[in-house]
Design a protein around this ligand. Structure first.
Ligand code: G4P
Length: 527
């Protein structure tokens, strides 16, 4: 029974945004509400600084610290809330994609002045692929920004999200008066230069109420009434079911730094957000209510101390109860493993846990047994689906620069790839190794870590490639012909899957035209 009641209390979600939209600030305010941190700034100081693109040592240093904030848990009302941190930095985008496989819902933060930005588009696409329920928070209303209706249009067009506002701003920037909560029928008054709790809440039963008009000013009131009329006419009524199906996203307006509109967001979140959802495996769907423990690794983090090669595998519990010092079946290795020190991550402190429930994430110390996507069970052979690998966009040949250290080089490369730092492709024709990454910074990270953690040296050489796509086909004959004709453009990924290395968009197009029965996938999960 404990299992059932605990799992019902879990809400596990991720906050995604383009860097600078206010994700860290919002996270911090949510943690303050939950009492998980006492002071503002606690999360902020741990964050990977966004301007550090050229200084990757700084990122390396901070990478260590950021483990502590990878998962932040706090109680709110009678729920246990887990926020999984998603790096906004573009060069860590893959990390974010994978983290999104471990959440049950997401909050998307958008800067009112900048609107929908590139990184947000890509991240929301991942959520959409997985039908993750999404709540949108439009932030920085204390500044001048885009018109509220234009923003909703942008969300629909650029993010492909069907949305409906649950709060509505009155004014903006200098003339920002507050937000009206359509969800709760109340007005939250914004006091400029207010303190932390700079909000006054007024229940508004009748929107035409004279007192309400006086509160926000007659002109603002008139335009507000006009807006609400349009909102009611144009946008669908909110339906929790549609939201849960990933088909309708409620939109909130506020200002995270002023702690404004955040409580309304959180209160609505706890009402509507889903608890632990079933997870798909190649064999069957796993429901969180099942007694047997199952779960998967979605992220691996290397130890920052080069003398200890231990890593932390982030493990999402999908069903049953995960228990300390209990034997579990590592499906890929077909081995029994037990964990003496599984850790929970609280903001700023780690602690050992005895039990974890569906929706929870535990950190497992790992000496090289795990790779991303690995599952643990109580014996059943289950392979979790939905942990995507994306087609990288930047490529280089990688060479072993010190022949006497070949073993170290091979092992280091192997483990870094398991961690998901980058992807390795081996050319079919000459067996040369190509590394593909999403952000160029990863090349420096690999070189540095090979040297400092494995005592190996690598060098890079340019290779001109447009894309690496995983290949599949229902037509063995055409696939055979394709493989024969394009042999020089083929490679294998780390799991031996066939990959087409397209030199240009043109070669890609040509291959698709000449081999219509061969499918080219930009994410390996589909292959
Ligand atoms: P991120 O994690 O999405 O990258 O964004 P972060 O929270 O770090 O916020 C980016 C900047 O936007 C910060 O300013 C932060 O203070 C500011 N910000 C967040 N919410 C609001 C808001 O509601 N209104 C306004 N006006 N600003 C907001 P910074 O100057 O980069 O950092 P700091 O020196 O203020 O800490």
């Amino acid at each position: 029974m404990e299992h059932q009641s605990e799992l019902q209390r879990r809400r596990t979600f991720g906050i995604v945004s383009h860097p600078d939209a206010g994700k860290t600030t919002l996270t911090e305010k949510l943690l303050l509400f939950g009492g998980a941190i006492q002071t503002a700034g606690a999360v902020k100081s741990n964050k990977i600084r966004k301007h550090a693109t050229s200084d990757f040592m700084d990122i390396e240093r901070q990478r260590g610290i950021s483990v502590a904030t990878s998962v932040m848990s706090f109680p709110y009302r009678d729920l246990q809330i887990n926020i999984l941190d998603t790096p906004g930095h573009k060069d860590f985008a893959e990390d974010t994609y994978r983290t999104l496989t471990a959440v049950d819902s997401a909050i998307v933060v958008i800067d009112v002045a900048k609107g929908v930005e590139e990184q947000t588009e890509r991240l929301v696409e991942v959520c959409r692929m997985r039908k993750t329920p999404i709540i949108v928070f439009i932030n920085k209303l204390d500044r001048e920004g885009k018109d509220a209706f234009d923003l909703l249009d942008e969300i629909e067009i650029k993010l492909g999200l069907h949305c409906t506002p649950l709060s509505w701003p009155v004014g903006m920037g200098q003339s920002f008066r507050g937000v009206y909560s359509l969800y709760e029928g109340k007005f939250i008054h914004f006091r400029p230069h207010g303190k932390q709790e700079g909000e006054d809440v007024v229940a508004v039963e009748d929107l035409r109420d004279e007192r309400f008009s006086q509160l926000i000013g007659q002109r603002a009131h008139e335009s507000f009434l006009h807006d609400i009329e349009t909102v009611t006419a144009v946008y669908p009524k909110f339906s929790a079911q549609e939201y849960l199906n990933g088909k309708l996203s409620p939109v909130f307006y506020g200002s995270a730094v002023n702690n404004f509109g955040v409580r309304e967001l959180l209160d609505c979140f706890v009402e509507i957000a889903p608890g632990p959802l079933p997870r798909e495996t190649e064999e069957r769907w796993v429901r969180p209510e099942e007694d047997a423990m199952t779960g998967f690794v979605f992220k691996i983090h290397a130890n920052m101390d080069p003398r200890h090669r231990d890593r932390i595998a982030f493990f999402r519990v999908c069903s049953g109860i995960f228990r300390r010092n209990t034997n579990y079946h590592h499906v890929r290795l077909d081995r029994q493993l037990r964990f003496a020190n599984p850790t929970a991550f609280m903001a700023a402190k780690k602690e050992i846990v005895d039990e974890a429930y569906p929706g929870d994430v535990v950190g497992l110390f790992d000496t090289g047994n795990f790779k991303i996507g690995d599952g643990l069970t109580e014996g059943e052979s289950l392979h979790f689906k939905g942990i995507p690998r994306f087609s990288p966009e930047i490529f280089r040949y990688v060479n072993n620069a010190d022949p006497s250290k070949f073993k170290q080089f091979a092992k280091g490369l192997d483990q870094l790839m398991d961690e998901g730092v980058a992807q390795l492709f081996v050319r079919e024709d000459n067996q040369r190794k190509i590394i593909g990454v999403v952000g160029a910074l990863q090349f420096d990270v690999i070189q540095y870590r090979l040297e400092h953690e494995y005592g190996a040296a690598c060098s890079y050489e340019t290779v001109h490639l447009h894309k690496a796509c995983w290949v599949s086909s229902q037509d063995p004959q055409q696939l055979q012909e394709f493989m024969l004709r394009r042999k020089k453009d083929l490679a294998r990924d780390k799991d031996g899957r066939l990959v087409f290395l397209a030199e240009s968009a043109w070669t890609m197009k040509l291959a698709q035209e000449n081999f219509p029965k061969v499918q080219f996938h930009t994410s390996s999960e589909l292959a």
